[in-house]
Write a protein that binds this ligand. Structure first.
Ligand SMILES: Nc1ncnc2c1ncn2[C@@H]1O[C@H](COP(=O)(O)OP(=O)(O)OP(=O)(O)O)[C@@H](O)[C@H]1O
Ligand SMILES: [Mg+2]
Length: 145
């Protein structure tokens, strides 16, 4: 599925719409350069799960932020992780396979991921416009909210 987002708010709404489709366990990989809108999108997913969006900030410095919630959310940011060995060392795969939703910024660092992971690719078109492609969800389930 392809979207053209013309504001941060719109990107958040697309994240929200995806969040509403998620089951109690799943992985969402986010790809795209600095400032592409990944964290903005995570705010929308969090909101859909009942987590206040204001609680969601960039996870760059912490690598993993856990949100205690009915459906737990793990917000991972691999920007600062360079090597696969470090990813294993941080126990990233344990989060990925635990109960709950795991959202991963800079998923490029993971290398190849299983086909059942949802993939969201962001491209910067101009200052306020982003191209967002979502793979791994059924278009007929989608409700734009
Ligand atoms: N259409 C848009 N969608 C998302 N963000 C937008 C859009 N237009 C402008 N922006 C701005 O771009 C920035 C996106 O920041 P955000 O932290 O979400 O990016 P990021 O991909 O998480 O970056 P990083 O790689 O540093 O973590 C924000 O300042 C936001 O206001
Ligand atoms: Mg970010």
């Amino acid at each position: 599925m392809k979207f053209l987002s013309r504001s941060a708010e719109e990107t958040q709404i697309i994240g929200f719409s995806l969040g509403k489709l998620l089951k109690s366990q799943g992985v969402v990989c986010l790809y795209g350069e600095l400032g592409a809108g990944k964290t903005t999108f995570v705010k929308g997913i969090a909101q859909a799960l009942g987590i206040p969006e204001s609680n969601v900030t960039s996870a760059s410095f912490t690598i993993i932020v856990e949100y205690d919630n009915e459906i737990p959310l793990y917000h991972i940011d691999l920007y600062r992780i360079e090597k696969e060995a470090n990813i294993d060392g941080a126990g990233i795969w344990d989060y990925i396979y635990s109960e709950g939703i795991t959202v991963i910024e800079w998923a490029e660092r993971l290398g190849k991921v299983p086909d059942d992971f949802i993939k969201v690719k962001f491209a910067i078109i101009d200052e306020v416009t982003r191209d967002i492609t979502i793979e791994g969800i059924d278009e007929k389930d989608w409700n734009y909210m």
